[in-house]
Design a protein around this ligand. Structure first.
Ligand code: F6R
Length: 357
């Protein structure tokens, strides 16, 4: 039930700190260690390469998941769009593990891949919000995202939950293989949950940004580098699907190779700079678009902020910034859609689960 909320989407955005705390509880044992199915652990450890298969927002979580698993556990990962993988399968490694990320567990494109790779005898794991779903039943193993039912068509809390579970899974594998690990995901996710509350409790700033930047715009660009780039892709998808504003998430350094031609006087460009290695490069990219007339909105993280940044996210662990930086983007999309009179929870042409190819 959406209770006093005008829309499910807003309710689900607000639920994210609770979802993250719930995940911490569900994945913690009595000794404060990670609790994870031994079979899942062995499947991850036994893989020489992980193939993440997903669609839409879950694909974007998979892009972040690749970085988490590679950096934390040292296992090579490829993330693929399910519908592409289905008819254009890349060369596979000797001992692949397939991870299907799906909020609904019913996405036909992902299921098509699951059926094919099972025929080849490969090991399969589904990360889903619906444990009894098709992808969950048909895969060898399941990890539950515990986000609670997601009703709004635009996915929000499922995305952050998927990334949280991927981080926990990666650390579990790293520890089980004897790697030194000074990143405690259960503790760091607690900090993430607190950081999320800054946005769920102070929505007026984001409503104002939506009003200032997006009430009449035709298009909008989101630029970021490294993990921020993947969050930008998700921010753009959110904005497109509910506000019908043409939006594009772009790698900051790639814009100048063509797409910058689209920047006109007043084009909104939302820049995301939370990554230590590249935040200054991104600021350079923002200057390039501002010089062409863009209307810049800068989102940075504590520690790397500059005076006129529009939003500063609280400091969280470098691995987990996407879980927090996506919140302002979700809220900006929500208010942009609201101001433009769109049906936030049921955008045109879309269904909550896509059960056809
Ligand atoms: C976007 C959105 C879709 C889904 C995609 C995959 O807000 O909801 O892009 O993420 O259709 O759905 P699942 O995760 O159920 O496989």
């Amino acid at each position: 039930e959406k209770g006093t909320y005008p829309h499910y989407m807003l309710k689900e955005i607000d639920e994210q700190p609770f979802v993250i705390r719930n995940i911490i509880t569900k994945y913690k044992d009595d000794n404060e260690n990670i609790k994870l199915d031994e079979n899942v652990r062995q499947a991850v450890l036994g893989a020489d390469r992980i193939y993440i298969i997903a669609a839409g927002t879950s694909y974007h979580a998979g892009l972040v998941g690749k970085e988490l698993i590679e950096k934390i556990a040292g296992i090579p990962v490829e993330t693929h769009i399910a519908s592409e993988f289905l008819y254009n399968m890349p060369l596979l490694s000797q001992k692949p593990l397939f991870i299907f990320i799906s909020q609904s567990g019913e996405t036909a494109d992902s299921r098509g891949v699951l059926v094919n790779v099972k025929k080849l005898g490969h090991s399969t794991l589904t990360i889903t919000n619906v444990p009894g779903s098709t992808l969950s039943r048909e895969a060898d193993y399941t990890l539950h995202t515990y986000a609670g039912p997601e009703i709004a068509v635009a996915s929000t809390k499922a995305y952050t939950a998927q990334m949280a579970v991927l981080a926990i899974m990666a650390v579990d594998a790293a520890r089980a293989s004897g790697m030194e690990m000074n990143f405690d995901p259960l503790q760091e996710l607690g900090i993430v949950a607190n950081a999320m509350e800054i946005f769920t409790e102070q929505k007026d700033v984001l409503e104002q940004i939506a009003r200032d930047y997006l009430s009449v715009s035709r298009n909008c660009f989101f630029i970021g580098r490294a993990a921020d780039y993947h969050v930008c892709m998700e921010g753009a998808l959110k904005l497109k699907e509910i506000s019908y504003i043409q939006a594009e998430g772009f790698a900051g350094g790639e814009l100048k190779h063509g797409t910058i031609a689209l920047i006109e006087e007043g084009t909104p460009v939302i820049g995301l700079a939370t990554q230590e290695k590249v935040h200054l490069n991104l600021r350079g990219n923002m200057k390039e678009v501002v010089a062409r007339g863009a209307n810049p909105c800068m989102i940075s993280m504590e520690g790397f902020q500059e005076d006129d940044d529009n939003i500063v996210i609280p400091k969280v662990h470098d691995y987990l910034t996407p879980l927090v930086s996506v919140l302002p983007l979700q809220l900006i999309s929500y208010y942009a859609a609201l101001h433009r009179g769109c049906d936030v929870d049921k955008p045109r042409n879309l269904a909550k689960s896509v059960t056809v190819e």
